[in-house]
Design a protein around this ligand. Structure first.
Ligand SMILES: [Zn+2]
Length: 191
């Protein structure tokens, strides 16, 4: 079993049969350095943001840390990932972080012996030795939600300079849409 299935990404694949969703899946499978995905579900007070990214965009490398300095660098970077208020600037509602769930590719080795079966093990090896990905889920609770909510991701691009493009899919109580964010165009508005 792959334990790193991003929840919201699966939701979008399940509820959409649009061309975009198919593209998105292809894109995700392609694991393109510089490109990340954000999936957002917003319904009344509940706002859920999922960030999926090649580790390259976040840490600059995807191999397991080879020394203490690299381990420290990862810890420092993951601290940033665990601070949604410093990554996302939300306007249109007062949102508080409820929960952050970070899945780091750099923790996998601890679980190594859990993998059973040759083929699965091979897949895992391939994944960890060639490409690694982060999956982070942020849960917010928002007061006085209006009919529009804007999320500014400028700090994501600022903190992680290897990040060039973020493909966003969002779902609100009434609408569903998508957009591509860049360093220059870094705000998504949901309605
Ligand atoms: Zn990669």
């Amino acid at each position: 079993m792959n334990m790193k299935k991003p929840i919201l990404a699966l939701l979008f694949l399940a509820i959409t049969s649009t061309a975009f969703a198919k593209d998105e899946k292809t894109q995700h499978d392609a694991h393109e350095h510089g490109v990340a995905e954000i999936n957002i579900v917003w319904e009344k007070a509940d706002l859920n943001i999922e960030l999926l990214s090649p580790a390259f965009n976040i840490t600059g490398f995807e191999y397991q840390p080879a020394n203490h300095d690299q381990e420290e660098a990862i810890a420092k970077i993951e601290k940033k990932l665990n601070a949604p208020n410093e990554l996302f600037s939300i306007t249109g509602a007062a949102c508080k972080t409820v929960k952050t769930k970070l899945e780091s590719p750099f923790e996998e080795h601890a679980d190594h012996e859990k993998h059973e079966g040759k083929e699965e093990h091979k897949d895992h090896e391939h994944e960890s030795s060639t490409h690694s990905e982060y999956a982070i889920n942020y849960e917010f609770s928002c007061d006085n939600s209006k009919s529009e909510l804007s999320i500014d991701t400028a700090n994501v691009f600022k903190h992680f300079p290897n990040m060039e493009k973020i493909k966003v899919q969002w779902l609100s109580a009434t609408k569903q849409s998508s957009a591509v964010l860049t360093k220059k165009s870094n705000t998504i508005t949901l309605n």
